[in-house]
Design a protein around this ligand. Structure first.
Ligand code: UD1
Ligand code: CA
Length: 536
């Protein structure tokens, strides 16, 4: 697998040692999502918004990662237990402002020294690299507080960065508390800061809710640090997306598209062909090899990996699927499956969990598989349900074969041996084993094991009732066709052997065949089925 296009955060080494804590604010209500699910659990590129914040924080290897939770905190805590058991959660019961949230966080930790980072849980594009750059600026300038800021076209709603004559940061003023003149400032506070611990403690202790919202503003720590003579700095990011929060589902979709666009760009630069980036979605955790081609309508999710030279799509969704080198997967939905190198899947295949297709194997059209191990070069080309099966290498499963694995109570296993051949429209009732090198005749219902080299046939013998159409369907097109065909036959016969002509028999006649011919048993023309030939 390629690792040429990293999608996850990397660990930037912090000069001057790790920060002591990263505090992630995540107690707010997220009302505008209009969701019973916490805003922080809504996903960007297949991962919760909160997971990005936690990953970026964790990449800096701080002593503590603290998440301040409040609204829907049971959901958030359960999620954190799952994805990041190393984080400390602190409950802010009442949301009394960003300053209050940090007070609550610090109260739950031992006394901190050094640098403390504060970020938000709903700013998914913020990277560890940007956090590291903020800390690096902070340290090299020797500031007590450094703010991550951005210049934006529409600063409405954001806190504004007020600078002095020498461009030094003086204060942050909230939109609601800002003057007309201050509202014209286009440099906004991202809400992400690094504080020298002592300055933060002092500043938090002095907060008063004397503002339009009656809250304790963390932003006021910037002003108070400045007033007590400390240096305040700013790191201006040119990538405003990194400071963008998600407040509603319109912003969620927009950010998803941007994250996806960037991921696809990285993959294209790493040697992946993406025919239509607008309809192609690749989650952050996916891995792609060189010369992979993604056709329109492809969605690769979860822990999916695609090895070099494989072609996926069009219209294919793969979740946690491993695709081998050079495989092709066309109009397919798959999850928790493995597709071998050089194998071919689809069009219109449904691979369910536990499907493992061998090298150069085939799962074809309208085939559903589940817990199915299909061996190297084995083929399941058309109209099959294969559940709880093991198909040996080089075996061929005919069209319309059903592996009946469920009796309403338990599921059982079917095994088809190496290079065996199951004729079309057969039903294999599990548990049953077809040994290596065995045949099942077309249209059979197999309930007992078939030994190596044996042919199993289980179906009613054919009988032909002569003259039935003329008697029972008189006057139909079919009867007319039969009459014409019979007359032609009679004519031919009369022509060939003048005295051999006879009337078609009037009575029901049972045609009893001599031993079944190979052709009718296997359900194939005497020559290899053209399809089989083509696919082998
Ligand atoms: C805040 C900043 C503003 C900045 C903006 C960037 C303050 C006073 N203002 O404004 O300068 O431009 O972020 O997005 O800090 N939270 C808690 N507990 C609380 C309140 C908030 O955990 O009691 C969390 C929220 O979940 C959210 C973050 O803090 O993740 C920001 O809160 P929010 O209310 O969105 O702040 P803004 O008013 O947008
Ligand atoms: Ca906000």
């Amino acid at each position: 697998m390629s690792s040429a296009a990293p999608t996850g955060p990397q660990t930037p080494a912090l000069e001057g040692g790790p920060v002591s804590a990263v505090v992630i604010l995540a107690a707010g209500e997220g009302k505008r999502m209009r969701s019973s699910r916490s805003k922080l659990l809504h996903e960007i590129a297949g991962h919760s918004m909160l997971s990005y914040a936690v990953d970026a924080a964790t990449a800096l290897e701080p002593e503590h990662v603290v998440v301040v939770v409040g609204h829907l905190r049971e959901q958030v805590e359960a999620h954190l237990d799952e994805i990041a058991p190393h984080v400390t959660t602190v409950v802010q019961t009442e949301q009394r402002g960003t300053g209050h949230a940090v007070q609550v966080a610090l109260a739950a930790l031992p006394e901190l020294h050094g640098d403390v980072l504060v970020t938000y849980g709903d700013v998914p594009m913020l990277t560890a690299e940007t956090l590291a750059a903020l800390v690096a600026d902070h340290r090299s300038a020797g500031t007590a507080v450094s703010v991550l800021t951005a210049r934006v076209e529409d600063p409405t709603g954001y806190g504004r960065v007020v600078r002095g004559a020498g461009e030094e940061v003086l204060a942050i003023v909230e939109h609601r508390d800002a003057s007309e003149e201050q509202r014209r400032i286009d440099e906004i506070n991202s809400g992400i800061y690094v504080f020298e611990a002592e300055t933060l403690r002092e500043g938090l202790a002095g907060l008063r809710p004397t503002n339009a919202q009656g809250e304790l503003y963390l932003t006021d720590v910037v002003g108070s640090a400045r007033e007590s003579g400390r240096l305040v700095g700013a790191h201006v990011t040119t990538d405003a997306w990194q400071t963008e929060g998600v407040n509603d589902r319109v912003q969620l979709a927009r950010m998803n598209a941007e994250v996806n666009r960037r991921a696809l760009e990285r993959w294209m630069r790493a040697g992946v062909t993406v025919v239509d980036p607008a309809s192609t979605w690749v989650h952050a955790s996916v891995d792609l090899g060189e010369d992979v081609t993604l056709l329109p309508g492809t969605s690769l999710e979860g822990a999916t990996s695609v090895a070099a030279g494989a072609t996926i799509g069009p219209d294919t969704t793969l979740v946690d699927v491993e695709v081998g080198a050079g495989a092709t997967v066309v109009r397919t939905h798959g999850s928790l499956a493995v597709i071998g190198a050089g194998a071919s899947v689809g069009p219109y295949a449904y691979l369910r969990p536990g499907t493992v297709l061998g090298e150069r194997g085939k799962i074809g059209t309208f085939v559903e598989t589940k817990n199915a191990r299909i061996g190297d070069r084995a083929k399941v080309p058309h109209l099959t349900y294969a559940g709880d099966v093991e198909v040996g290498e080089d075996a061929n499963i005919g069209a319309g074969v059903i592996f009946a694995n469920y009796d309403g109570v338990t599921k059982s296993q079917t095994r088809v041996g190496r290079a065996s051949f199951v004729g079309s429209d057969s039903t294999l009732v599990a548990p049953v084993t077809v040994a290596d090198g065995a045949y099942v005749g077309a249209g059979s219902t197999v309930t007992g094991d078939v030994g190596a080299g044996e042919l199993a046939v289980s179906r009613a013998r054919q009988r032909n009732v002569a003259g039935w159409v003329a008697r029972r369907r008189a006057g139909t097109k079919t009867a007319a066709a039969a009459e014409a065909a019979t007359a032609a036959q009679v004519g031919d016969a009369a022509h060939d052997e003048p005295d051999g002509a006879s009337e078609p028999p009037e009575v029901e006649q049972h045609v009893v065949h001599a031993p079944l011919s190979d052709q009718e048993v296997v359900g194939q023309p005497a020559d290899p089925q053209p399809d089989t030939e083509r696919e082998s």
